[in-house]
Design a protein around this ligand. Sequence first.
Ligand code: ADP
Ligand code: MG
Length: 728
Amino acid sequence: MASQRFHALDTIARRKHTEVTFPEGRISDLFGVNVFGKEEMRQYLPRDVFESVNSAIEEGRRIDRKVANQVAIGMKSWAMERGATHYTHWFQPLNDSTAEKHDSFFEPIFGGGSFETFSGDLLVQQEPDASSFPNGGLRNTFEARGYSAWDPSSPAFIVDRTLCIPSIFVAYTGEALDFKTPLLKSLNSLDKAAVEVAQFFDKDVNKVIATLGWEQEYFLVDEALYNARPDLQQTGRTLMGHTAAKDQQLDDHYWGAIPGRVVNFMKDFEYEAYRLGIPLKTRHNEVAPNQFECAPMFEEANIAVDHNTLLMTIMRTVSKRHHLKVLFHEKPFMGVNGSGKHCNWSLATNTGVNLLSPGKTPKTNTQFLAFFVCTLKAAHDYGTLMMASIASATNSSRLGGGEAPPGILSVFSGSTINTILDQIEERISNKKLSPDEKTEIKLDIGKIPDILVDNTDRNRTSPFAFTGNRFEFRATGSSSNCAMPLIVINSAVTEQLRLFKREVDNLIEKDVKKDEAILQVIRKFIIESKKIRFEGNGYSDEWQAEAKRRGLRGISNVPEAYKEYMRPESVKLFEETGVLTRHELEARYEVKNETFIKKIQIESRVLADLAANHIIPTAIKYQNTLIDNVRGLKEIFPNEFESMAAEEMRTIHEIADHVKFIREHSYMMIEARKKWNNVDSIVERAYGYEGEVRPYINEIRSHIDQLELIVDDAIWPLPKYRELLTIY
Ligand code: ADP
Ligand code: MG
């Protein structure tokens, strides 16, 4: 029987691709048709209800039950008119996916008949009784009740006849079991702290939101080939596979013409995304073969996170229609680039100002600098925590690979800003400024052009780069929920803004003029965060050495990174900003370590199975062919045989050596797992898995990859890289 690999290749060869056609028309005509947004609320809710919901959202207030009931009625009519039969609270548990449990509007009446119902109570709260979500001990299974609660700041939407209500997910004690709860809290604290600082410059500012524009990278693989790779199916990445002779070395994929089949897939998911109000803007080929990217126009951060997680689900579903599989894993293929999810982050005011965009006057530029240095100092004080926020079993195989940011956080400012920061540091002293000095500084600050966006030198090797009107956190992994890095950035910046405000107020109290006080605190922050600034190549070895000299700590391995969450400074940061309690952090810490262990455990099991059941039997089969051949040669050419069969005999040996190595090391890997599985402490076990189980995975792989080069292609059971990395 032909192997799965050939069956898959055959399936592809026979498959007919169908073009997807879309209704004609403009994107703006279908944008948001499946969203219960502001316009829909205005139309479906009584005016006073609409206004009270709206102001509650703006001010982050609770919505009372009476109002909720009215919203439920309006929402239900809207959804049913669009064919919805079910509703669900839609939330983001601690496992990098989304969760939903559908209930129908339909209500049978005992004794006959039925009606459709949906009340405020059901809108506001649902009890998923979901004891199987990761909870880090916040909820014992016998006390399994957690509940989800409506987040009115993110609009409800319809997917496939189900009304989805964005929600938070908390334990009965109120402790967060999801990403959204702490994200909303961090946005709320950030708002307050940023407003206070912005008011130094403009009294009309009364609300500051964080904006997020994510860039989602992903790979596509033909579904038939995917199904013939148990490792891809079970772990999301290839655990073996020799690099193809040609992959990305000719740089002919990046921004190349997008293959027709892929464009078709993109149009299809974009169509769905537009209907759900996800403002996608760009699509292009990425560096590695079969790697692509899409990015929307930035939005308010909470909505942007919802849209990212929703889009990932849509992409997974839509890819099936195209016989493709979308891979969000950070490093599905060794030897070619991995995938990230750059998070572009900034702050916007109710007055329409981007606080991280230089303005036109010295005053607006000073405001820009104030927010800039607070972010800089946040990165300085919490750089390792920021790196911890993006650390995972999957992302760690991407980071530091000469293609993605290293484990050390640094900030790239761009030469214009960098020079201004240096000038401020030099020119201002703690003494009172002379009028001349003041003018000079104003001139310096006035020099920041307002059109930096297009002319900043882009540094693509910096994990946290200022790109003219926003910071870009480039270390975030493609599969993760970008809420976690945002939670850390928001909290850290909140703390710095509070500190900034306090220090300026203190100086003002000491009779320093406001303008000057602000400049002095800006200068102080510049000095205190100096060592985090780095303009050079973050991928280089020199930077590793330089960072060490500067005393910057890097993140070396995953459990080590997670430890950052429990450092006293981190606990204090999250508690003081009201984002997470110590107890919640402990739970998260446990979930993270547990997830890490499970992912490595699954990889290790899949690898050992594939080695034993697919690779070794194939290698032996080929070895036997060679042995038969050598025997035959000996029989026919008894005298010349030794020199004739020398190479073949060497190959037989080589196969034996690889098989022996793979067998022995698979056994040792399983023993290492057993040893660490018996350790009670989850943290210690995670360290054990990182240090003693994980290294076997790559070692065993390298021998399997050598076998792939030796063994007859006609019997190799798993699709090869050159096949996986082609779109047919
Ligand atoms: P690049 O690959 O050069 O970084 P992209 O166009 O792929 O550029 O992505 C840039 C992202 O940055 C987009 O999602 C964009 O909306 C986002 N962005 C632009 N301005 C802001 C801002 N003020 N706040 C947050 N994100 C922003
Ligand atoms: Mg970018």
